[in-house]
Design a protein around this ligand. Structure first.
Ligand SMILES: Cc1ncc(COP(=O)(O)O)c(C=O)c1O
Length: 404
């Protein structure tokens, strides 16, 4: 792993209780608190050891295919007629998204802790596939909880998880999507925390997960920082990434947080519109609250209960968001904008037809934001977009939706 270059006032380690400013922490029952403290201790013990760093670095290089390319999207740039657009190609990673970066770290940690099973939730199925892959690689059992609606929408990923040997649990309660999958996975985890690790799929959940998942993902920004300097001889003017829980965004942003000349944008799902209830724009329209054992911005009702949320991208429809994003919003270091389902579909088709790259619907939100920003910027300016995943899983759904 590259050396960490970025801890500073903008990218602090959380405090001992896991707070970034007022967000984060471990708002969980005593029994689970001890479990999380054990995970934190195990992570702190191994994260800086040469053996762990070397093992992960080798897997990133020879198994995932890192570094992922930073690709100049010439025809997309011409289409927008403004800033130069570069794509950080996380879609080219083994398993097709950034999720493999933290899944390998979590699986190695599980093995180090002597766990025999990993439980995880998944929305779009990318974290599920990545986790099933990592578990098969290190030789431990894997159980993935996934909402019934997402199972139907992301069928190719469900088949892959099964082929990889994972047990897939269909979650039929509530909205039958990501939030309910997290609830279900946590409940199952509570039955056996001794032999199982709950491998959370984003920079969310109780401490130490927001910090740990970010640490495993920050390789994205470290590579992009070196690559853009090699290609352009300077840092970019802007970074853009989609934000569900926020792991691919923290992965790209972390290495640039101190570079205050670099504008940073997170793109949230505006679903059917911010003036409807059908969106998941947590940082744009939510309020500070608590969900799944940590404090963050939450889309919530009067009683503080998380609201049902919607996005065309299953990996983005979550009523909470990472605590570090909540903090970065409050201090004004990152600007959070949004893109609707329709804008996402437009961006999906534009990238496919201008560049021959079919993006994930999640990543298409980042593209929609970048297309809008590029048009307002000058041709000598540079944007780096995190293309967090590929769209094979979404192809059938989009074709049906657009009548192709
Ligand atoms: C390709 C892709 N990008 C982005 C996300 C959103 O997650 P996060 O905000 O943690 O990066 C997902 C979630 O499933 C995904 O599959």
């Amino acid at each position: 792993m590259a050396e960490n270059k970025s801890f500073s006032e903008f990218a602090p380690m959380p405090n001992a209780e896991g707070y970034f400013g007022e967000y984060g922490g471990s708002l969980i029952p005593e029994q689970l608190l001890t479990v999380m403290q054990d995970i934190d201790k195990a992570y702190q013990d191994i994260r800086q050891t040469p053996e762990f760093k070397e093992e992960l670095q080798e897997l990133y290089k020879y198994y995932v295919g890192r570094p992922s390319p930073l690709y100049f999207a010439k025809r997309l740039t011409e289409h927008c007629g403004g800033a130069k657009i570069y794509l950080k190609r996380e879609d080219l990673n083994h398993t097709g998204a950034h999720k493999i970066n933290h899944s390998l770290g979590e699986a190695l940690l599980a093995k180090h802790m002597g766990k025999t099973r990993v439980i995880a939730e998944t929305g779009a199925g990318q974290h599920g596939v990545a986790m099933a892959t990592a578990c098969s690689l290190v030789g431990i059992d894997c159980e993935i909880h996934m909402g019934e609606i997402d199972i139907a929408k992301e069928a190719p990923n469900v088949v892959k998880m099964k082929i990889l040997g994972a047990k897939v649990v269909s979650v039929t309660r509530g909205t039958k999507t990501l939030k309910d999958a997290v609830d279900s996975a946590f409940e199952e985890y509570m039955k056996d925390t001794e032999s199982t690790l709950y491998a959370i799929g984003s920079v969310v959940g109780p401490h130490p997960f927001p910090m740990m998942v970010r640490d495993f993902q920050q390789i994205i920004g470290e590579e992009a920082r070196d690559q853009i300097q090699e290609l352009e001889g300077r840092l970019p003017d802007a970074l853009v990434a989609c934000v569900g829980g926020g792991s691919n965004a923290m992965g790209l942003f972390t290495a640039f947080l101190n570079d205050t000349d670099v504008s940073i944008y997170g793109v949230e799902p505006a679903g059917k519109g911010l003036d409807t209830p059908d969106h998941a724009a947590t940082l744009t329209l939510g309020k500070p609250g608590a969900v799944h054992g940590f404090k963050c911005y939450v889309l919530q009702d009067e009683q503080g209960e998380p609201l049902p949320v919607h996005s065309i991208a299953s990996g983005l429809d979550y009523p909470g968001v990472g605590p570090q994003h909540s903090y970065l919003k409050d201090i004004g270091r990152v600007e959070y904008i949004s893109a609707t389902d329709d804008q996402c579909l437009d961006a999906f088709m534009i990238l496919s037809r201008k560049e021959g790259i079919i993006p994930a619907l999640e990543s298409s939100h980042a593209l929609a934001g970048a297309i809008r920003l590029a048009k307002e910027m000058k041709p000598e300016q540079v944007i780096v977009v995190n293309l967090s995943g590929r769209g094979d899983k979404d192809a059938d759904y989009v074709a049906e939706k657009l009548g192709l």
